[in-house]
Design a protein around this ligand. Structure first.
Ligand code: GAP
Length: 549
């Protein structure tokens, strides 16, 4: 089995663009992406899951460098959101608490949330090849003005596109027109459609809903009564625990609950490396507010989440904030203050963008659903004591106050993907540099870099290894650092450039005389001398405070 080729092949197989708006019309592969996938495999950022058995589509593992990178991302999020949150639009420090819920929950949660009934994509099956496609992903080459001509279906940006285009052009004798398969309504026309890989026409089924939740059974007996689901989002665990958090942690509206954890979706066409996986991690906030304050909190979270992604290195034009049009809004957000996506221009979406995080005003949809389905009803309402006092001081009549002070809080939900975030960091960092021995350098933001610094003795003698070892033993108490004594210094720099290590410290002959080491900056290749006693302060200054650092 060619393992490196597998990683690339898996990426190439996962050919299509992300599902939301701003969708790309990109070539099936981009050489930058192929090189990045190869580097991720070679250097241990990302491996195909169960690779020794040929892999499993839609599942990915993080290697030694990848796990550090993703952990830095999640730790930075947790630090900046839960431990050290900023000041809100009301001028008060945000009240945020964390939570860690189970992956399998009472299935009633998913009935209440609407996932059992509605978390599905319409699919069409090809009876001939047994392939399944998302209905809205199937496109067709049709004759520009002939109803009798055959119709050639394909998936955009997949090998079927080029193949079908060639066939259509040959059959029609003119350039074919492209329409969505969903536009074809007439039975006679549908019978003329050649499915993307099919030999005969008319083999595609009617679209059917396909639920994306993974099912399992809890307990010894596999029956309808023991069906459970792997959670498709972490959000519902937060809603299900909202009352517990209120009762135990002295938080008051406005406040937020944050959670990082795995989510599972049986995506029909996992694609674009880790971008659309079947098992992935989310970093979600449910921020509970008074309904009247939705607009200001929505804008606050939208803008502060955008700035956060910029702060960890996605600062350039590859990052954009996109407000949803009304017709794109989820059913629960239709009446809300808005929904926006924070999007990154991945090499496989370029010139389009793919979603990293969604920020949505979910209104009080979820709490109302859980109030109804759990039977708790108004007990899930929030009693706003501060508002009560305020209204009393304003002389508002008691019956009016009673009506206003108990309510279902509205929710602003910033929901980010840790795997998409990690992939964006990898894409942003990847920089070809033919001038370096490695030919490539990963320019991670120092806070995100998997290895913060490397320590090299120039040669393996004259007391240099001992000095390097002492420095390493000190720095590793705070940061992930590496001691590397093997091979010549150029090869060691090359290894660190590929790993994205921002600083390399070398102990050399001058160190023996004046206790200084050379520091080499990854991005500029500039070198300067720093006293060994100052290396800790140097790193603290460059990497910055906070987790992930
Ligand atoms: N609670 C709201 C929610 O789950 P979503 O837009 O479906 O919203 C939020 O998911 C984030 O989770 C996305 O912005 C994306 O970063 C990540 N995500 C969703 N599906 C994914 C998948 N199949 N693979 C990797 N990440 C995914």
């Amino acid at each position: 089995m060619e393992t490196l080729a597998n990683g690339i092949a898996e990426f190439l197989m996962s050919e299509q663009a992300p599902q939301k708006q701003s969708q790309p019309k990109s070539p099936p592969t981009s050489s930058k992406m192929e090189k990045l996938v190869a580097l991720c495999k070679r250097r241990g950022f990302i491996f195909q899951d169960s690779e020794i058995y040929g892999g499993i589509n839609g599942f990915w593992d993080y290697g030694p460098l990848g796990v550090e990178l993703k952990k830095n991302l999640k730790d930075a999020w947790w630090h900046d959101i839960v431990r050290c949150p900023s000041i809100g639009p009301d001028g008060q420090l945000l009240e945020m608490v964390g939570l860690d819920c189970t992956i399998i929950m009472n299935p009633k949660v998913w009935i209440a949330s609407g996932h059992v009934g509605g978390f599905s994509d319409p699919m069409v099956d090809d009876r001939e090849t047994k392939q399944r496609f998302r209905f809205d992903h199937v496109m067709c080459f049709v004759h520009p003005n002939g109803d009798d001509a055959p119709i050639f279906a394909f998936l955009s940006d997949s090998p079927s596109e080029a193949k079908r285009k060639k066939q259509a052009t040959k059959a029609f004798g003119v350039e074919p027109k492209v329409i969505a398969y969903s536009e074809i309504k007439n039975a006679a026309q549908l019978a003329k459609v050649f499915a993307p890989e099919a030999e005969k026409p008319g083999t595609l089924t009617e679209p059917r809903q396909f639920n994306l939740m993974f099912k399992t059974y809890v307990g010894a007996i596999e029956s309808e009564d023991s069906i459970a689901y792997l959670r498709p989002e972490t959000a519902q665990g937060i809603f299900a625990n909202y009352r517990n958090v209120l009762d135990t942690s002295r938080v008051k509206v406005p406040f937020g609950i944050a959670q990082i954890g795995k989510a599972f979706r049986n995506e029909v066409t996992p694609r674009n490396y880790t971008f659309r996986s079947r098992e992935f991690e989310q970093m979600e906030i449910e921020f509970f507010i008074h309904p009247a304050t939705a607009n200001e909190w929505y804008k606050f979270w939208r803008d502060s989440r955008f700035k956060w992604w910029q702060s960890i290195g996605l600062a350039g034009s590859n990052l954009q904030l996109r407000e949803h049009d009304k017709d794109e809004l989820a059913h629960y957000a239709k009446e809300g203050a808005g929904t926006s996506d924070i999007e990154y221009k991945f090499p496989f979406t370029d010139p389009g963008f793919g979603e990293l995080e969604g920020v949505a005003h979910r209104t009080d949809f979820d709490l109302r659903q859980h109030a109804q389905h759990s039977g708790l009803g108004d007990k899930l309402k929030y009693f706003d004591q501060d508002l009560q006092v305020k209204l009393q001081n304003q002389g508002v009549p008691k019956d009016e106050i009673d009506k206003q002070v108990k309510y279902f809080p509205h929710v602003i939900e910033p929901s980010a993907g840790a795997d998409r975030g990690t992939l964006a960091l990898l894409c942003e960092a990847y920089t070809d540099d033919p001038g370096r021995p490695s030919g490539v350098v990963m320019k991670f933001h120092p806070r995100m870099a998997p290895i913060k610094a490397a320590i090299f003795p120039l040669v393996d003698k004259d007391g240099m290894p001992e000095i390097a070892q002492n420095l390493y033993m000190d720095l590793r108490k705070t940061w992930n650092v590496q001691l590397d004594v093997k091979q010549n210094i150029g090869k060691r720099y090359a290894r660190m450039d590929e790993a994205g290590t921002p600083f390399c410290f070398t102990v050399d002959t001058q160190t023996l005389q004046d206790q200084t080491v050379t520091v080499r900056y990854r991005d500029t290749l500039q070198q300067e001398r720093v006293n060994i006693s100052q290396v800790r302060a140097f790193l603290a200054d460059k990497i910055g405070a906070g987790a992930g650092g």
